[in-house]
Design a protein around this ligand. Structure first.
Ligand code: PMV
Length: 330
């Protein structure tokens, strides 16, 4: 059976940076996010006897054995094969509508789409909770992309306790917006997986980071329920700065920010001083994601577009979890 799924990326409002258990892929702290409409991965998966090996094609490029991309997909397919007792090899074809591996959460939407489509293609009927646990094995942030609207990934102690669930559906806050500012489309030097492992080992502020982040996640849940926009923006921004401080104090240094990243940060701080309701957050890459509300999108988009380093501004609304579509990629 061939199954095609569309899954959205998500942006962490309070972040995950560091695994507590490398095997179980459980995080040191709980973390929260919003699933984004507009940054999506489409993936088709088919298990069939006609394949003599696993095949992975992303954005029209085939990734062969020996590449990190192939390994990531194969590991996830192996988990699904083991769980479903499938013996056949799989063909996986995927497309992103945004820059891959440049800090736009492509691993979140990618692994969410792969897990969802793979399980359906293998005729594995799992609950959303079980799917988030499975997606976590491929990419931690992918667990949150399985959830519609606002999500929390509970750190948990055991594998079963470390799953994502909904804080509020997208209908809770249709006016919430994220503006994705593209600074550079180059793939990042340090992938999140390797970077965070190094931070756990070497950053002198790692403990401060994850203790703060755990309490930030709990606060964020309440603020989202209350729809307290300005407190959400302030908390998300502070949490992002602490995560990057942790990355920057890693040995060797992980510096995701480019000069263009700082140009946007300074503009946002200037606008905050003028009393505007605008905040920033940044993941593992140079791109800056602006947190704002629908009423301000036209004004902020124009300001951001006028900055020299901003190549493009992508407007994202609260999005849905993965869904099956009929148009296959092969
Ligand atoms: O789940 P990964 O390996 O894609 O790591 C995600 C790390 C950050 O994007 C920087 C933070 C987060 O919580 O999404």
């Amino acid at each position: 059976m061939k199954v095609t799924v569309k899954a959205n990326a998500n942006i962490a409002l309070t972040k995950y940076w560091g695994k507590k258990d490398d095997k179980l892929k459980t995080p040191w702290n709980s973390n929260t996010s919003i699933t984004l409409d507009g940054l999506e991965t489409i993936t088709t998966v088919e298990f069939d006897q006609k394949y003599t090996c696993d095949i992975f094609i992303l954005d029209d490029k085939e990734y062969l054995e020996g590449t990190d991309e192939f390994k990531e997909v194969k590991e996830q397919i192996d988990i699904i094969r083991n769980k479903s007792n499938k013996k056949e090899f799989a063909k996986v074809v995927s497309k992103n509508n945004f820059p891959t591996a440049a800090g736009f959460a492509s691993s979140a939407s990618g692994l969410a789409a792969l897990t969802y489509a793979g399980c359906k293609a293998a005729e594995l009927n799992l609950s959303t909770k079980e799917l988030t646990i499975l997606a976590r094995m491929g990419s931690g942030s992918a667990s949150r992309s399985l959830i519609d609207g606002f999500a929390i990934w509970h750190a948990g102690e055991t594998s079963e306790e470390s799953f994502a669930s909904q804080i509020a559906p997208k209908e809770h806050w249709p006016e919430f917006r994220i503006l994705g500012c593209v600074i550079s489309k180059k793939q990042k030097k340090t992938k999140s997986r390797a970077g965070m492992a190094q931070s756990v080992k070497t950053s002198p502020i790692f403990k401060v980071w994850y203790e703060t982040a755990e309490s930030d996640a709990n606060k964020m849940v309440e603020l989202i329920k209350e729809k307290n926009f300005n407190e959400i923006g302030k908390l998300a921004q502070a949490n992002c700065i602490l995560m990057h401080a942790c990355a920057m104090t890693t040995n060797p240094t992980i510096m995701y920010w480019q000069p263009g990243t700082l140009e946007v940060i300074h503009k946002v701080l200037e606008l905050q001083d003028e009393g505007k309701e605008i905040y920033f957050t940044i993941d593992g890459g140079p791109q800056v994601k602006i947190i704002c509300q629908e009423k301000d999108v036209v004004e902020f988009k124009e300001i951001l577009n006028s900055l020299e380093s901003v190549q493009e501004v992508i407007v994202c609304k609260p999005g849905t979890g993965p869904r099956v579509i009929n148009e296959h990629l092969f």
